[in-house]
Design a protein around this ligand. Structure first.
Ligand code: SF4
Length: 102
């Protein structure tokens, strides 16, 4: 299932393949909802401009050949998450409750 465009924009982190580990199983290509992955010469390639950052590919890779660079991507992700949360809260005038967990 493809994420809504706002969700895609919020998730700024993009998957990347470690080619030295990729064995070409292709599970990531099958599961990617954006069609951002294709096998080329036995190695998965991710088209970053199509990647939604959902992480599905990472969860199915049996050799952990897919990663995210959280040190670069997390600050912008958190900033956008706050913006989206604020937008959702502003619509609700009453009965607002907040739950935060780590
Ligand atoms: S994180 Fe992986 S599965 Fe999700 S859109 Fe990006 S390449 Fe596809």
């Amino acid at each position: 299932m493809r994420p809504p465009s706002g969700k895609k924009e919020q998730h700024t982190a993009r998957a990347q393949v470690k080619p030295e580990l990729c064995q070409g199983y292709g599970r990531c290509e099958e599961i990617c909802p954006e069609g951002a992955i294709r096998l080329e010469e036995g190695v998965s390639r991710i088209e970053r401009s199509r990647c939604a950052g959902c992480g599905e590919c990472m969860t199915v890779c049996p050799v952990t050949a897919i990663e995210f660079d959280w040190t670069v991507d997390i600050p912008l992700f958190v900033e956008r998450m706050i913006e989206y949360a604020l937008g959702a809260v502003r619509k609700k005038k009453k009965n607002r409750d907040f739950i935060t967990f780590y």
